[in-house]
Structures are given as structure tokens and as C-alpha cells.
Design a protein around this ligand. Structure first.
Ligand code: SF4
Length: 514
């Protein structure tokens, strides 16, 4: 197998370049030829460490990254396979990971993935059986199995993060989840797309503050007015193009030739800024058709990289009332991020609901409470057919349905999300933190709702407990408990809080303080 990407990442002086390519919907033809041609030229050029291949971007079907990735791999070019949680359950995901191992393709970018888009006959069913933190753990455990079976090469898995969120709650949620991904084993990080140097710097400062020694690549995209307008409209989850940037790009592209030249210059300058800020490399996207644009960006980067500080003003596109975790004036490397420094802004109703649920949970659902043995005996007594039916039909289901819109998953996780149900309130059912798709606090899939992690931060910051979003991680939902009583499952030690297996152990270990 190839180890170019991994070796380059850990070579001290090497500034890594990766290239994100999007396979089309067909198995042959122009799109495939373009991806293969760009990869061939990238390999011949020698400055690109790996080509990364997207996994059904936008949730819409496209040629499998495993297949076209393997063709690229055969050219001698290293490949990063994007691996999302959207289209397969944990059985399919494990099988896919084994297939990739068999093919020798072990660089994986582990992602939750965009929500399901349109496929054969309409919208696809969103699976999201695991989330990206749990996927990291799965790949870590699979690596141990591979090694035990005599394969010396492990998976080399990384993750994504967005430093470009506008609100304090979303910023914290991103960094909290990053902590969990790294604790779960992520070995490299790739940022989402944005044009705010202060935000890029913020990520580096936060990682230093948290002592996260994982190499990070910043995204650089070749923007044209069409793509900039799509990103500006919020249709590309996680990508941020502000009004001012869109206006500038539209102006630059009044003359196509000028627009293209300035887009290359912007990409090269952003690459220089990222290198200057301490990024380990860049992840270039927006390349379609031909490789020569990448070559021009890298040539230009080599010429201008020493002037990176003079380019910082080119990437000053803040979002209106955008939150920054560090003050602009003070660049004190020892100062921590400024989350929760102002008065908590939590709606009275949210505060009351959180307080009531929290107190009820501490009383009824804590194995350490003095009444816990009594509840255990009561649960054992009710655990027959009739008792279960009476409990669920008359008490548990109506109460949880009314308060939480409970879906009866049987393995309750509300305590990990500030007493919000991740099954009914999060379309991706994420138990470990926000995906990258929220926009101004709103859910990627249902913009009429707030993201549950945005709401969780508000609730927890109001009571000084935001560290709960960082602590340990939450194991995968136990599907064998579906449609059973989560109350009985808790007290009788059947749910994820009591089980003792490798996943649970890894989740209980490791966390960082934000
Ligand atoms: S039991 Fe499952 S579906 Fe019901 S509230 Fe808890 S997490 Fe949500």
C-alpha cells in the first residue's frame, strides 16, 4: 500500500498538498476521464501528496470513491477515501472498511456526511447508524484486528472541522466535537471552507490550547461566481461565502480571464496565509477538468509564501456579528478561548425545562443515587410482559412523547444532549456533537429548527456545564433495544451506560478541557 500522504504529513518541513476530486454520476465518460486525468497529472507533478475522493457529495449518488480511488491508486497516486455515515449501517460500514483494507486504501476521511439527497425513485433513506466519532473508534478497533491478522498497516483516519461558524454555540460545538474525534483516534484534520483568516488562526490557537498535536490542512477552493453564489446561499453545508466576498468575486469575473487569474491568486495567497499561520498543508478543491490550475497555484505559492502576513487583509470576511473565541487585540498564546464570558442568554422556558429534566434525571436515573437499588428492584419486578406494558403504555411513553417527542429507541441519550432527544430532534441522530452543516444555529436539514447542539450549548452554558459536550464520547445506539423501555433498560444495566465493551471503554476514556 502507499504511505505517501501519511509520510509527508509527519515529515517536519513538508507542506502537504492534497486535492479533492468529485467523481460524477456515471461509471465512464467525461467526469471519470477528468478525475483520472487530473490524478495522472498530479502524480507526474509530484507536489500533491494525495487525491481525496468525495463520497456521494450532497447525498446524491455518484461513482464510488472506493472504485475510482483504486484506479487512481493503481497510477501510484496516494488516495484519501471520504467515508460518510449516511448510506450504510454499521454492518455495511465495517464491511466497506474491510474492503478498503483489502484494496490497500487505508487513508480515510471519516465524516457524518451531508443529508440524503435524490437517488433512484426519490430521496434516499438517511441511515446515520453511527456518527463520525463512533466511526473513528470503529476504524481504530478494526486497525487492531488487521494487525492481529498479520497486516502491519493500520487505517490512517482523519476528520473534518469547521472553524467558520457564526455563533458562539456553534463554534463551541465544533471544537467540542473535534476534541471527541481526536480522542477517538483522528490522525489528521481538514477544515471546511471559509475566507476568514482570523477564524483559521483561531483553530490553530485552540488546538495549541488543547494540546492537540494533530496535523491540520486548511481548505483552499478555486471560487468562481456560480459556485460562490451557491455557497453564499448556504446550499453547501459548512462552506461560508459572505455578501462582501460574493460581491468581490462577481466584480472580478466581469472579465472571465481576469476572474480566473484572480481566483488562482486568491487560492495561492490563502495557501500562503495558512502556511504562515502554522497549518501543515492545504486541501485544494474546486478543480474540474484540468490539473494545470493546481500547478499554477503551487508555483505562485512558492513565489509569495514569505509575504503571507501582507495577505491577511485579503481574508477579512467576517460574518455579521460573528463570534470569535479570541480577542483580536491580544495575541497572548497562553490565553484560553473566551467561551461563556458574557451573561448566559438562555430562554426562561429552556432554563426551566432543562432544570426540571436535570433534577428528575439525577433522582431517577443515577446509579449512584441512594434510591438506585430500590429503583433496580422495582424495575426487575416490572420487567415481565404485563409490567412492561403497563409502564410503557401508561407512564413512560406518554411522558417522554409529550416532553421529548421520544421515538422509543430504548437506549436513551438525552442526558448527553442537555435533555434533548437526538433521535427525534436531529435528522442525523448524532449523539456526539454537531455536524458541520448548521447555519446561524439552524439545522442543515430543517432550517426552521435550531440545531440540537446549538440548543444544548445554550442550556448548558446557562448552568456552567458546557464541559459535558466535550467529556468522553457516547457509544453507538444499541439497536437491539429498539421499542423497549429505556427506563427498565437503564435500571437493569442493559443500555449503553452500563455495558462494558471496548467501545464503551474508549468512550469513557479521554476528553479535553475547552
Ligand atoms: S429513548 Fe431514545 S428516542 Fe426516546 S427520548 Fe431517549 S434518545 Fe430519544
Amino acid at each position: 500500500m502507499l504511505r505517501v500522504f501519511q509520510n509527508d504529513l509527519f515529515e517536519e518541513k513538508h507542506f502537504v498538498v492534497t486535492l479533492e476530486l468529485v467523481p460524477g454520476r456515471e461509471h465512464l465518460g467525461r467526469a471519470v476521464d477528468a478525475v483520472m486525468g487530473i490524478s495522472r497529472d498530479a502524480f507526474a507533478d509530484g507536489r500533491v501528496s494525495a487525491v481525496s475522493i468525495t463520497d456521494n457529495p450532497g447525498g446524491n449518488p455518484s461513482l464510488s470513491p472506493d472504485v475510482i480511488g483504486h484506479d487512481i491508486f493503481d497510477l501510484g497516486m496516494d488516495v484519501i477515501v471520504h467515508f460518510t455515515c449516511r448510506d450504510m449501517n454499521r454492518v455495511g460500514m465495517e464491511s466497506r472498511a474491510l474492503q478498503l483494507a483489502r484494496m490497500g486504501m487505508k487513508n480515510i476521511l471519516a465524516l457524518n456526511g451531508d443529508y440524503s439527497g435524490q437517488g433512484f425513485g426519490g430521496q434516499g433513506a438517511p441511515v446515520f447508524d453511527l456518527d463520525s466519532v463512533q466511526l473513528q473508534i470503529m476504524l481504530g478497533l478494526l486497525s487492531e484486528r488487521l494487525q492481529a491478522a498479520g497486516d502491519p498497516d493500520s487505517f490512517f483516519a482523519g476528520c473534518a472541522v469547521s472553524p467558520f461558524k457564526r455563533t458562539e454555540a456553534e463554534c463551541f460545538a465544533q471544537y467540542a466535537k473535534l476534541c471527541r474525534k481526536v480522542a477517538a483516534g483522528a490522525q489528521f484534520i481538514i477544515t471546511q471552507l471559509g475566507y476568514d483568516a482570523r477564524k483559521f488562526h483561531e483553530l490553530i490557537r485552540i488546538m495549541r490550547h488543547l494540546c492537540i498535536p494533530v496535523p491540520v490542512l486548511g481548505s483552499v477552493y478555486l471560487l468562481n461566481p456560480r459556485v460562490a453564489a451557491i455557497m453564499h446561499s448556504g446550499k453547501v453545508p459548512g462552506a461560508v461565502v459572505t455578501d462582501a466576498l460574493l460581491a468581490r468575486i462577481q466584480k472580478e469575473w466581469r472579465d472571465k480571464k481576469d476572474g480566473r487569474r484572480l481566483a488562482i491568486e486568491r487560492a495561492a495567497r490563502l495557501a500562503a496565509v495558512l502556511k504562515g499561520l502554522g497549518y501543515k498543508g492545504i486541501h485544494i478543491g474546486g478543480i474540474h477538468g484540468r490539473y494545470d490550475t493546481v500547478g499554477r497555484i503551487l508555483d505562485r505559492l512558492a513565489r509569495i509564501e514569505d509575504q503571507w502576513e501582507s495577505f491577511l487583509d485579503d481574508f477579512d470576511f467576517p460574518q455579521p456579528e460573528g463570534f470569535y473565541a479570541f480577542s483580536e487585540e491580544v495575541d497572548d498564546s497562553s490565553a484560553g478561548p473566551g467561551f461563556c464570558v458574557g451573561p448566559p442568554r438562555v430562554h426562561q422556558q429552556e432554563r426551566l425545562l432543562y432544570g426540571a429534566l436535570s433534577r428528575a434525571h439525577d433522582l431517577f436515573f443515577s446509579h449512584d443515587h441512594p434510591l438506585a437499588p430500590w429503583f433496580r428492584r422495582l424495575a426487575a419486578h416490572l420487567d415481565g410482559h404485563l409490567g412492561r406494558k403497563l409502564l410503557t403504555d401508561l407512564v413512560e411513553d406518554p411522558a417522554k412523547q409529550f416532553i421529548l417527542d421520544c421515538r422509543k429507541c430504548g437506549d436513551c441519550a438525552i442526558q448527553h444532549v442537555a435533555f434533548i432527544c437526538p433521535e427525534s430532534q436531529c435528522p442525523k441522530h448524532i449523539r456526539n456533537g454537531a455536524c458541520g452543516g448548521s447555519l446561524n444555529g439552524r439545522c442543515e436539514v430543517h432550517p426552521e429548527r435550531y440545531c440540537i447542539w446549538f440548543r444544548a450549548y445554550k442550556r448548558l452554558s446557562g448552568v456552567g456545564r458546557i464541559q459535558e459536550m466535550v467529556r468522553g464520547c457516547v457509544p453507538p445506539r444499541m439497536w437491539e433495544l429498539n421499542q423497549t423501555s429505556s427506563w427498565l433498560n437503564f435500571h437493569l444495566g442493559r443500555d449503553h451506560q452500563s455495558v462494558s465493551n471496548e467501545i464503551a471503554m474508549r468512550c469513557r476514556a479521554g476528553s479535553c478541557r475547552l
